[in-house]
Design a protein around this ligand. Structure first.
Ligand code: NDP
Length: 446
C-alpha cells in the first residue's frame, strides 16, 4: 500500500532517460549473465562428491564438465522445479498471512512511501517449526534429498529467477510513463530506463514492482534466498552427519556464522529498506538471480564441500577461527550499528561523544569511533567473517574460497561506487573527510 506524503516539487521528469549505463551497459550485461551462469554450473560440476574439488582442472575434467552440460536431463528436473515453486509459494503465503507491523520505506521521487510488512523473522520461525515437524514425521529423507539434488534445485531457481526478471520487465510497461495528473505512474529505476531491452532487463527497469501488496524486490531480497541459504546449510550438515557419523567442527565453523548472519538479517529486516538495492536499483535479472540463485546456491559451497569431504582441524586452528569470526562479526555489527544510531539520533548516549563534521548538505559525517578508523571498516569486518568461514574448509582446494574472492570484488567495487556517490553529494566536505580519515578499509594499511 502506498501513502502520500508532502508532494515533492517537480524538478524534472519523474522517469528520466538513463544517461549513464552501469556495468558497461549492454555488453557488460550479457557478459555478467553468461559468466555468473557458467560459474554456477562449473562450481557444481567441478566440485562434487563424484569428482572432488581439485584444481587446476585438467583437459579431461573440462571435457567431463562440458559433457555434463550436454546431459541436460541430469539437471533439468520437473520435480526440483515443483519443489522450488512450492518453497516460493509457501513463503509468499506467509508474507500475506502472518500478522505484521507495517513499516514505511523511504520517500520516493514522486513523494510516495511504500508500506512493507515486517514478518520475515516470524516467517522463518514458522518455517523452522514446520521443518521440525517434517523431521519428526518422516526423518531426514527430505533433507538428504535436497542435499543430493542441490544442482537440480539451483537450475530450477535459475529458471524461476530469469522468468521472474522477464515478467517484471514486461510488467513495467503496464502504464504510460508519461506523467498525467491523477494517473498512476510506474516508477522506474534511474539506471534502468535506457531503452535497451537487454540492459534494462538485466539492471531492472521498475524500481518497486508489486503484485497487490507483495513487494517482489524486498520479498526476494530477504525470503526465498536467505531462508534457502539457511535450509541448504542445514541439509548439508545433516548429510555430513548421515555419511560421516557426526557434524564436524569445521562444518560448525562454516555454517554457524552464516546461520547467524541470515537470522540477524531477518530480525532487523527493516534495515533493508534504506539499502541501495531497495532505494535506488530497479528489480531485474541482476537482483532476481542474485537473491534467488547466487546467494543460496553459491554461498553454501563450503558446507556442500564439507558434506562429502572430511576435514579435521587442529584445536588451536579451530579456536583461532572462532576468535576471528567473533571479532570480525563485532567489527561488522558495531560499526554498522554505530552509524545507524548516530544517523537516527545523534543525541543517543551511545554515540553522543563521537566527533563529526557537518556538511553543507546538512548531513553529519562521523570522524571518530569506527568511522574515524577507516571509511568502510564495516566492509572489512564483513569480508573477514566470510574468510573465516572459508578457512574452516582447510587448505585442500581453492574452490571453497569462492565466497571470499567474490565478496572481495563485490565490496571493493561497492566501495568505489559509494565513494563516488558521496563525493558527488558532499563535494569538498567529502575531501575533508578523506583527509581526516585517509584509510578505506584497514587503519594505517589501506
Ligand atoms: P554503508 O553502511 O557502508 O553506508 C554507506 C553510506 O553511509 C554512505 O553512502 C553515506 O550515506 C554514509 N556514510 C559514509 N560515511 C559516513 C560517516 N563517516 N558517517 C556517517 N555516515 C556515513 O553501506 P552498504 O549498504 O554498502 O553496507 C552496509 C553493510 O551491508 C556493510 O556491512 C556491508 O558489508 C554489508 N553488505 C553485505 C552484502 C552481502 O552480499 N552480504 C552486500 C552489500 C553490503 P549518506 O548519503 O547517507 O551520507
Amino acid at each position: 500500500m502506498a501513502s502520500k506524503v508532502a508532494p515533492k516539487a517537480a524538478t524534472g521528469p519523474l522517469n528520466p532517460k538513463t544517461a549513464h549505463r552501469e556495468f558497461f551497459g549492454f555488453p557488460g550485461s550479457v557478459v555478467i549473465i553468461a559468466t555468473t551462469t557458467i560459474v554456477l554450473y562449473t562450481w557444481n560440476f567441478s566440485c562434487n562428491v563424484k569428482d572432488g574439488c581439485e584444481l587446476p582442472l585438467t583437459a579431461e575434467r573440462w571435457a567431463h564438465i562440458f559433457a555434463g552440460a550436454m546431459n541436460y536431463q541430469d539437471y533439468l528436473s520437473l520435480e526440483a522445479f515443483k519443489y522450488y515453486v512450492m518453497w516460493w509459494t509457501w513463503l509468499a503465503a506467509l508474507y500475506f498471512i502472518i500478522p505484521a507491523t507495517n513499516i514505511q520505506g523511504v520517500v520516493l521521487r514522486d513523494g510516495q512511501r511504500l508500506s512493507y510488512p515486517m514478518n520475515g523473522f516470524s516467517s522463518l520461525l514458522v518455517t523452522t517449526l514446520v521443518t521440525l515437524a517434517v523431521y519428526m514425521k518422516v526423518g531426514t529423507e527430505p533433507f538428504l534429498w535436497i542435499a543430493d539434488h542441490f544442482f537440480e534445485l539451483a537450475v530450477a531457481s535459475w529458471i524461476f529467477a530469469t522468468s521472474l526478471a522477464l515478467f517484471v520487465y514486461i510488467y513495467s510497461f503496464r502504464h504510460s510513463h508519461v506523467e498525467r495528473p491523477g494517473k498512476p505512474t510506474v516508477m522506474l529505476g534511474l539506471a534502468g530506463n535506457s531503452g535497451n531491452p537487454v540492459y534494462d532487463f538485466f539492471i531492472g527497469r521498475e524500481l518497486n514492482p508489486r503484485i497487490g501488496s507483495l513487494d517482489i524486490k524486498v520479498f526476494c531480497e530477504l525470503r526465498p534466498g536467505i531462508m534457502g541459504w539457511i535450509l541448504l546449510n542445514v541439509c548439508f550438515a545433516i548429510k555430513q552427519y548421515k555419511d560421516q557419523g557426526s557434524v564436524s567442527v569445521s562444518m560448525w565453523l562454516a555454517i554457524v556464522p552464516q546461520l547467524w548472519y541470515c537470522i540477524e538479517t531477518l530480525i532487523f529486516e527493516d534495515k533493508v529498506l534504506t539499502t541501495m538495492d531497495v532505494t535506488t536499483d530497479g528489480f531485474g535479472w541482476m537482483l532476481s538471480f542474485g537473491d534467488l540463485t547466487w546467494v543460496p546456491f553459491m554461498y553454501t559451497v563450503q558446507a556442500r564441500y564439507l558434506s562429502f569431504t572430511p576435514v579435521t582441524l587442529s584445536t588451536p586452528y579451530a579456536a583461532s577461527l572462532a576468535v576471528m569470526a567473533t571479532c570480525s562479526y563485532l567489527v561488522f555489527r558495531l560499526s554498522n550499528s554505530e552509524k545507524n544510531a548516530f544517523r537516527t539520533n545523534p543525541n543517543d548516549p551511545k554515540v553522543q561523544h563521537l566527533k563529526y563534521i557537518t556538511t553543507e548538505s546538512g548531513s553529519r559525517l562521523l570522524i571518530s569511533g569506527w568511522w574515524g578508523a577507516a571509511r568502510h571498516i564495516n566492509y572489512t569486518g564483513d569480508w573477514m567473517l566470510g574468510l573465516a568461514q572459508c578457512l574452516a574448509t582447510g587448505m585442500n582446494t581453492p574452490m571453497t574460497y569462492f565466497f571470499s574472492g567474490y565478496f572481495l570484488v563485490l565490496l571493493v567495487h561497492r566501495n568505489y561506487r559509494d565513494e563516488h556517490k558521496c563525493r558527488e553529494k558532499y563535494k569538498k566536505d567529502w575531501d575533508k573527510y578523506c583527509e581526516i580519515v585517509p584509510y578505506m578499509f584497514i587503519p594505517y594499511v589501506i
